[in-house]
Each structure stands twice: as C-alpha cells, then as structure tokens.
Design a protein around this ligand. Structure first.
Ligand code: SF4
Length: 255
C-alpha cells in the first residue's frame, strides 16, 4: 500500500511530453514510467541522446564562435568514439553555417535558452534550445525553437504542437520550429506545427488528463513494445485500474 501511495504522488504531479506520449502509446507504459517502483535501465538510444545533449550544451559554453570540426573533436577528445563522431560532426558543421548567417542578420549566434523549463498548471516542458530569429512588426523578438532528436520519429510533430500550446501561455512567439537529428543531420527539418495538429492535440489532452487522474492504465501491447524500456524489466503486459473513489480518494486496485 505504501508503494502505491508513492506512485500516486508522482502521478499527481505535472506532466511532461514524455509522459503524454507514453500514455498515448500505452497507458500502462505511462504508469510504469511515472513511478519509482520500476527502475529504468537506460537504453543505448537514451544514453546516446544524453551524450549528444551534453555535447551541445558544453559546446555553447566553451566556444564564442564555432570551432572547426578538428578543434571540436580535439576538445571533446576523451569522450569520443565512433558513435560520437557520427552524432556531433553534422552539428559542428551546421553551427559554422549558422554563425555566418547570424553575422549577416546581426543576430546572436548562441541560443538564449538551452534546456529551459516552462511550467503551467498541469504540464511542464523542457525545451532543448530557443534562439532569436528576428523581430515582429511591433519590434518584439521572435524565436526559433530547436529540438535535438536522435532520428526522425512519427511523434515529432505532436511534440512541437505540445510545446506550442505551452509556450503560447508564456507569450513566446516561435516563428520557426526545427528538429535537429543527431544521427541524420541531412534530415534536419524546419516545419511549423499545423493549427489542425495543435487543435487535435489540445482536444486529446482534454481527454487524457482526466483519464490519468482517474487512474486508468490499460496495457496495449503491440509493435511499440519492441522499443519499450519496460518490456523486459517491469511490464507484465496486463495494466491496471486504480478505480479512485470520488468520495474518500482511496484507490481500489484491480489488475
Ligand atoms: S512493453 Fe508494451 S504493453 Fe508493456 S508497458 Fe511497454 S508498451 Fe505497454
């Protein structure tokens, strides 16, 4: 019972994109991912993603203008392996080009925010990077948001729509949305989230959030289990319903 209380405290917190995405994919995955009871063993993909984020952050701390690939590689030396090289080379080359563009446009090259958290009543997001893109007709800054990804995924557009909903609450005017793919920089993409996709997600969130609060965590095994970090460690492929009592707030757990 104590275990369940700990779990519920966490579930009652604000939600992130990862949580929402997990819930849409498989409700039980959300449940397992939002508890302390199941230990997540980082997959290779997660470790690579973290490594790339670390590289990108330290890169902007270290350099005032983009280094050549040779310089960057030397600086990052001890950490480098074949994978890192594949991930980071495209990034360094991209930043060299962007630096020149920023010089011409008289814009700062370094992002104004990295790993920045924005929190609303129910949701919280951590954006990878926000940079000044120009001014709007009233002279206010407009921004480019860049998400660092490993490779393209069908969830990318929904994620940016989610961020759009949150950033709007902060009056942050993002006019360019970009995905930077660490392993496939040739697939880097600028694509604004469509209004249709934003509205659809908003409607979906309106349904998901009450379901989470009610404690519905149905397992929906499928192809996505292949990539699920709980496949081996925590998932019994059953799911559970907490059946929260609206009177006393206690949970009756059924499997
Ligand atoms: S392994 Fe499949 S059924 Fe189990 S939590 Fe993951 S996605 Fe859901």
């Amino acid at each position: 019972m104590i275990l369940m209380t700990i779990k519920l405290e966490i579930i009652d917190g604000k939600d992130s994109w990862t949580g929402i995405k997990n819930y849409m994919e498989c409700q039980y995955k959300y449940y397992l991912g939002n508890t302390t009871a199941v230990e997540i063993i980082p997959s290779d993909a997660m470790s690579e993603g973290n490594e790339f984020h670390e590289f990108a952050n330290k890169y902007f701390d270290k350099f005032d203008k983009p280094p050549s690939w040779k310089e960057a590689k030397k600086w990052w030396g001890d950490f480098f392996n074949e994978n890192s090289e594949q991930m980071c080379k495209g990034f360094v080359e991209f930043e060299q080009r962007r630096y020149e563009w920023c010089q011409t446009e008289k814009l700062p090259w370094k992002p104004i925010y990295r790993e920045k958290e924005f929190e609303t009543k129910y949701f919280t997001i951590v954006i990878d990077r926000l940079e000044v893109n120009g001014k709007d007709e009233d002279g206010n800054n407009t921004y480019t948001l860049i998400e660092y990804k490993r490779k393209p995924s069908p969830w990318d557009t929904k994620q940016l729509s989610f961020y759009h909903l949150i950033l709007t609450a902060f009056d942050i005017k993002v006019t360019k949305w970009a995905r930077y793919y660490a392993f496939m920089p040739e697939k880097n993409k600028f694509a604004n989230p469509y209004e249709k996709s934003i509205n659809a997600l908003q409607r979906k969130l309106g349904m998901i959030w009450p379901s989470i609060k009610q404690g519905l965590f149905r397992a929906t095994p499928g192809f996505h289990c292949k990539f699920c970090e709980f496949q081996l460690e925590g998932c019994d492929l059953i799911g559970l319903t907490l059946n929260r009592c609206s009177e006393c707030g206690k949970d009756n757990i059924s499997l």
